[in-house]
Design a protein around this ligand. Structure first.
Ligand SMILES: C[S@@+](CC[C@H](N)C(=O)[O-])C[C@H]1O[C@@H](n2cnc3c(N)ncnc32)[C@H](O)[C@@H]1O
Length: 410
């Protein structure tokens, strides 16, 4: 099929991204204006149907070319694969499923690329090629030989590679688990991940030059929100340090996809060690920053369940599922029952209370240090400036979380 010349749409996209404050530098503007996003969507996209909760497949063949182009340049993430297998060109009606690959919202892609602070002559690795659109932008900016992009799904990788070739970029696409990086092309000046991780794999630090930057969405729990964009600088001593530069949400790395808590939750949580009134209502965890804090304080999973009579129970489990907290409301008051070695709700309430006492700083106050043995997150020892005030946050052990892990040997 002959697609229309889309240079006008690309220029309009760049202008919108500049106006919204996502696109800042001439070099990335040139990339956005040069790379045709529609070339990376040739298998079509799934659009969400609000009424049914299903995904409607749309392919370029079945659509007016102008409408297709408008869709390709719209400000939305376009899902290109469900459940690790189904692409839009394989579906003939609306389907259910869980998104496993997409072309991310251009504002997010470009905002992240700007935050990567690349300089001419540098090389970069991307984890999560997806459609290859962001890879193409990086190839335009850095040169096709200076980009390595790793995609875990072989069919997604194959399609992205073909699209990149069509767009004129013969870059280094690698099929494999990006959590292991790609040592053959290391060291990198920059590593960027477009899938979310529970922690920064130490392999990425080992494969980044001292002074290099790693940018990735992290959330120590397995929540689909309440995650943050970590920007870390690798140091000479083999550790990396930085902060969370803003809220960010991405589909999880495949091996870290959420396995829904199954079974009879009421039965799993029937025998509690303690019971008390909750000080903080679980609805507070609908907000991004308390949700992020909750994952720092007690990494694990949150499940909201509504019983036949309409009573809601909020369940939290730690990663091992040995500990739980179950919150139920009665006449407007929440009761929390906790069991297992970790008092999950005590930890979450402690973190949220300490954050409130510190003036409820936003997620950019969270600092991170990654060593071979641990991730340490903390808020403190810093001056905060908001549009209304400037204040000092002192060190407070209640705002410091250390997540230890085994050093990787691979
Ligand atoms: C949101 S999409 C990527 C968007 C893409 N950068 C773009 O602009 O089109 C996330 C991709 O990460 C891939 N992915 C998930 N886990 C991965 C892993 N461990 N290593 C490499 N790729 C992974 C998924 O298969 C999916 O294609």
């Amino acid at each position: 099929m002959n697609l229309p010349d889309t240079s006008r749409h690309r220029r309009a996209l760049a202008a919108r991204l500049i106006a919204q404050g996502h696109l800042k530098s001439p070099a990335w503007k040139a990339a956005v204006e040069a790379v045709p996003r529609e070339l990376f969507l040739s298998s079509g996209v799934f659009l969400p149907e609000e009424a049914t909760g299903l995904w409607r497949p749309i392919t370029p063949d079945g659509m007016d070319p102008e409408q297709w182009t408008a869709l390709a340049y719209s400000d939305q993430s376009l899902v290109t694969q469900l459940d690790g297998r189904l692409t839009p060109d394989q579906a003939d009606s609306a389907v259910s499923g869980f998104p496993t690959s997409s072309s991310t919202l251009p504002a997010t892609v470009v905002g992240m690329l700007e935050a990567l602070d690349v300089e001419d002559g540098q090389n970069a690795a991307e984890i999560g090629t997806g459609t290859g659109y962001s890879t193409a932008l990086m190839c335009h900016r850095l040169g096709e030989d200076s980009v390595t992009s790793i995609e875990v799904d072989p069919r997604v990788a194959e399609r992205a590679d073909a699209s990149l070739e069509t767009a004129g970029y013969s870059t280094w696409t690698v099929t494999g688990d990006g959590l292991l990086g790609n040592p053959r092309r290391a060291p990198y000046d920059r590593i960027i991940a477009t899938c979310a991780v529970r922690r920064i794999p130490y392999t990425w630090i080992r494969q980044t030059r001292p002074g290099g930057i790693i940018l990735a969405t992290v959330g120590p729990g397995s929540w689909s929100y309440g995650t943050g964009l970590a920007k870390l600088t690798v140091k000479d001593d083999g550790t990396a340090e930085g902060r969370i530069i803003g809220p960010s949400s991405f589909m999880p790395a495949r091996s870290q996809a959420v396995v829904p808590v199954s079974g009879d939750l009421a039965a799993c949580t029937a025998y509690a060690d303690t019971e008390r009134k909750a000080i903080i209502e679980p609805d507070r965890l609908n907000e991004w920053m308390p949700a992020f804090l909750a994952q720092l304080a007690a990494p694990g999973q949150l499940v909201r369940a509504v019983a036949g009579g309409g009573q809601e129970t909020v369940y939290l489990f730690d990663t091992s599922r040995e500990s739980f907290a179950a919150l139920t409301a009665d006449a407007g008051e929440w009761t929390v029952r906790q069991g297992g070695p970790l008092a999950i709700w005590d930890a979450i309430e402690g973190a949220v209370a300490a954050w409130r006492d510190a003036g409820e700083p936003d997620i950019s106050a969270v600092r991170v240090e990654v060593s071979p043995h641990a991730h340490v997150y903390w808020i403190g020892g810093q001056q905060m400036a908001t549009p209304n005030r400037s204040y000092w946050i002192g060190d407070n052990p209640a705002l410091r979380w250390e997540h230890r892990h085994q050093p990787l040997t691979t």
